[in-house]
Design a protein around this ligand. Structure first.
Ligand code: AMP
Ligand code: MG
Length: 407
């Protein structure tokens, strides 16, 4: 049985970024740029006013104050979206709106709050201004030749705004992986089906599909395979066109556990078939050609945890992401916890920040069927294999899987 670290390294070494595809920028949100985008234009394209006010010559405002205003002629109104070649001469001004281009001759803008109307066509300036006040210079945001997206950059809302600003409505990004999700088990029914005797609803179908979606990848649900070799194989075959296959359950040593045999018959080359981990020990990973295949355990927490630790970073790598792992912090443990030696334990927990330090408490019962413990968790305590006891007050390695907004 291999260690958690070895298993994760094996998985990550087995996958690479998918090929690029050109998408409308809005559809690229959360994906990774596969091309470099260089601006051919200045943003903003021209010097413009940062305020509603008056474009004037700074020299004309010399000595101006509330008690001693300077009066200027107002030549015209200049709203955003228009421009003028009308120069602003000595003793003159143009009433200008935010975003309108600076008229020739003017070298500063007096905001409207520092002025008073002085009858038809005239304005009083109530404060002395230096040159260059309240002006946004051409290219001050983005210069010609500046890189606005580099290969490997994540496409964020701000990135999409920059792309739009420089005139790019499409971008080449690493393709979104399609991930086939399969549930297996004679006991399973779908969420909207009535429970017969001995049946349970398949939560893994939904947790795994939504974990895929949370990565930014596209889940394709293959349904529930019954516990026969033929049905498991037939369902897996429906997933062969996907980029990743993820199944749950049927990988233990029970008489009805056909997933490994079915994967073997399909030609999957196994990289590992168990990990020294709790929960998540019966995790199978292999390659079908270069398609990663995960046979996850069946218990609701185990399948989620195994997905989180192995499938998620692999999918992110296939999406071209450079950072694949959740942050791990040292957190002060607020209770004693213990376990048997031999396997690394991942303990569902709640982490919170107190001052500059993280504190962490478990979510209570840690059975691999207790999905509520996963629901409540925003963190996972990493309880190393060799250790049996962690004491209250100790600093423990804690993975932050879902840190909430603070207010
Ligand atoms: P198995 O590995 O097939 O023995 O399954 C282990 C446990 O996980 C059993 O108690 C199953 O009922 C449960 N289980 C398997 N698949 C699912 C699923 N899709 N949703 C919820 N529980 C499941
Ligand atoms: Mg089963």
């Amino acid at each position: 049985m291999i260690s958690f670290e070895e298993a994760r390294k094996t998985v990550l070494d087995s996958v690479r970024a998918l090929e690029p595809v050109e998408l409308p920028i809005l559809d690229a949100l959360g994906l990774v740029a596969a091309e470099q985008v260089i601006s051919a234009e200045k943003i903003p394209p021209f010097d413009n006013s940062a305020m509603d006010g008056y474009a004037v010559r700074a020299a004309d405002t010399a000595g101006a104050s509330k008690g001693n205003p300077v009066e200027l002629e107002v030549l015209m109104d200049l709203p955003a979206g228009q421009h003028t070649d009308q120069p602003v001469g000595q003793g003159e001004s143009i009433r200008i709106m935010t975003g309108a281009p600076m008229p020739p001759g003017a070298d500063t803008v007096v905001q409207v709050e520092l002025t008073e109307r002085a009858g038809e066509g005239r304005v009083r300036i109530l404060k002395e201004h230096k040159e260059d006040q309240n002006i946004r210079r051409a290219g001050e945001d983005v210069a010609i030749g500046q890189i606005v997206a580099a290969v490997g950059d994540e496409i964020t809302p701000a990135k999409i705004g920059l792309l739009a600003s420089v005139g790019r409505s499409k971008i080449s990004v690493v393709r979104r992986p399609v991930v086939a999700i399969l549930a297996t088990g004679d006991e399973l029914v779908e969420a909207d089906e009535p429970l017969g005797p001995g049946k349970i609803r398949s939560s893994n179908s939904y947790t795994l599909s939504s974990q895929v979606r949370a990565c930014g990848a596209e889940p394709v649900y293959l349904g529930i395979a019954r516990d026969t070799l033929d049905d498991v194989r037939a369902h897996l075959e429906k997933g062969l066109s996907a980029d990743v296959i993820v199944s749950s359950a049927g990988v233990s040593v029970g008489d009805y556990d056909y997933v490994k045999t079915a994967l073997e018959e399909l030609g999957v080359e196994f990289k590992f078939t168990a990990v020294a981990l709790k929960p998540g020990k019966p995790t199978v990973f292999g390659l079908l050609g270069d398609k990663p295949v995960f046979g996850l355990p069946g218990n609701p927490v185990s399948s989620m945890m195994s997905f989180e630790q192995f499938a998620r970073p692999a999918i992110l790598k296939m999406m071209g992401r450079r950072r694949l792992l959740r942050p791990v912090v040292d957190a002060v443990l607020d209770e004693d916890i213990s376990k048997k030696p031999g396997r690394m334990s991942l303990i569902r927990a709640v982490a919170r920040k107190e001052g500059s330090e993280y504190h962490v408490t478990t979510t209570g019962p840690q059975g691999s069927g207790i999905l509520v413990s996963m629901d409540q968790a925003n963190a996972i305590i990493i309880f190393e294999s060799g250790i049996e006891v962690l004491k209250k007050g100790e600093r423990v390695k804690t993975q932050l899987i879902r840190m909430p907004e603070v207010e």
